[in-house]
Design a protein around this ligand. Structure first.
Ligand code: FAD
Length: 447
């Protein structure tokens, strides 16, 4: 009610707020419209007010006021999530974390950073000292590190380091709890997994300690192949070649490259492509492995600078986005293929749905082994048909992280909340006010 909101805002003192309706509505959106199902389901979901803390003290004050008045709070980074992660299902405060955007310290192999820092800004700063993020999403030039840790999974770099879930890929997190007298807790090591991909339901992150990788001179390439199968086999060989330093291996089937306007010339009609990032020092070995198998049609130093679109913006979830620019009838799936027969499994699913599935894969490491994540573009007809396609994948041993649901339990490929995260939430969010509805199995003990 309006009275509660006014009382809340009064308690915030000089913490900046935005109440102008149009802005609040606009900023309550992310890329949920990728999914035709979520696009309908979340249509009327907006925050009531945006609060933009300048410091951790502002975050504490906001959490205290929300707990006191029992008003929901949903943290927001750059709002580039695909499943409505930062869209409040029950109104309340949208907490804009963008001002907490500084590197606190940087040493060889690690840094401590505010959650609102944009990942390409982080890399620009740490690369001067010879280091960079181990992995980043394809939205690196826009998305924040806090949003990645709380709402993402992995990306460019995961072919070497695995996803954020792998031990050692988040060193520590500092959080503010959602209580009338909020606590500040430092979560180190495994304890930091409590906030990983929890959609902000288990505490407001105010600092992150992230491990870094050596910053190589990366070369980005497009390699073409007669068939998608050949692109897959070559990518698999590079993924297994531990001596070749790489950051990205993305096989993409024809006709998906027809949507890649800026690099269309490098994608011959009818051919599959592989988008790769390889260290300059490994390029000779990469070429040697490629000899007689495919053609390099584009090769250039990788850069995040404005002007040139990095090739990684055609990979991961960007592949679907490029298609969506010209065709709003497509959507996608997120598949983890069985390790022992990943290449066969990808081929089987494509053959099973020849008119509906356009294959695109990402090579990743998964618990110490090469894994294949499928992000196929799917022609959408009805929700029932989409669920049928998902069911056939699951029956064939493919794990689906469903991108057409807004809850953690249904989207994670596990169908239940992470038990540790659920228990942790009881401690840090007793009233169930943090991004409510996203961890649907959580029932608050206190009203
Ligand atoms: P937001 O969308 O603002 O937030 C994400 C979640 O984090 C929300 O639940 C929010 O409540 C929570 N959150 C944000 N800040 C905090 C905080 N300080 N404390 C607690 N919770 C917080 N994801 C990948 O993992 N890999 C990819 O390669 C990838 N590619 C993408 C490509 C496209 C084209 C698009 C649209 C999305 C892609 N994504 C990908 C999803 C998304 O872009 C990333 O996960 C990104 O890192 C999210 O960051 P953000 O700042 O936009 O977070």
């Amino acid at each position: 009610p309006a009275a509660t909101l006014s009382a809340l805002i009064a308690d915030l003192g000089d913490v900046p707020v935005v109440t102008e309706r149009k802005q609040v509505k606009r900023r309550s959106r992310d890329f949920y419209w990728y999914s035709p199902i979520l696009n309908e389901e979340l249509a009327g979901k907006f925050a009531d007010v945006i609060v933009a803390p300048r410091t951790e003290a502002d975050v504490v004050r906001t959490a205290a006021a929300c707990a006191k008045h029992r008003v929901p709070l949903t943290p927001r980074g750059a709002a580039t999530g695909n499943y409505g992660q930062c869209m409040p299902l029950h109104g309340g405060v949208l907490l804009d974390m963008n001002a907490l955007d500084r590197i606190e310290w940087l040493k060889p192999g690690a840094c401590r950073v505010g959650p609102g820092m944009v990942m390409s800004d982080m890399d620009a700063e740490t690369q001067e000292k010879g280091f960079e993020l181990r992995m980043h999403p394809s939205t690196k030039r826009r998305a924040t590190i806090g949003g990645f840790v709380a709402g993402g999974s992995g990306g460019i770099g995961s072919v070497t380091y695995g996803g954020l879930r792998e031990k050692g890929n988040i060193l520590a997190a500092r959080i503010v709890t959602m209580e009338e007298t909020p606590r500040i807790i430092e979560l180190r090591g495994d304890a930091a997994q409590n906030i990983n991909r929890a959609y902000g339901t288990t505490g407001i992150i105010t600092a992150l300690e992230m491990p870094l990788a050596p910053a190589w001179d990366w070369i980005e390439l497009i390699v073409t192949f007669e068939t998608f199968g050949e692109a897959m086999v070559f990518a698999d060989d590079v993924a297994h070649a531990d001596g070749i330093v790489k950051k990205l291996l993305s096989p993409i089937a024809w006709p998906l490259p027809t949507a890649f306007r800026a690099v269309r010339d490098a994608c011959p009609d009818g051919q599959a492509i592989l988008i790769a990032m390889v260290a300059e020092a490994s390029l000779e070995s990469f070429r040697e492995l490629l000899a007689g198998r495919g053609e390099i049609t584009l090769e250039r130093p990788a850069s995040d600078a404005p002007g040139q679109e990095p090739l990684y913006e055609y990979t991961w979830n960007h592949t679907t986005l490029q298609m969506l620019k010209g065709d709003r009838t497509v959507t996608y799936l997120q598949c983890l293929h069985p390790r022992s027969r990943a290449l066969e499994s990808v081929a089987e699913m494509a053959a099973r749905f020849p008119d509906e599935i356009l294959p695109h894969c990402e090579f990743i490491r998964f618990r110490g082994e090469v894994g294949v994540s499928g992000l196929p573009v799917v022609r959408f007809t009805t929700p029932e048909r989409l669920n049928e396609i998902i069911a056939v994948h699951e029956a064939s041993g493919v794990t689906i992280a469903n991108p057409h649901v807004a809850t953690l339990e249904d989207g994670g490929g596990e169908k239940r909340a992470d038990a540790d995260q659920l228990g942790f939430k009881r401690d840090v969010d007793p009233f169930g006010l943090l991004n409510p509805g996203k961890m649907r199995t959580y029932v608050p003990e206190r009203a």
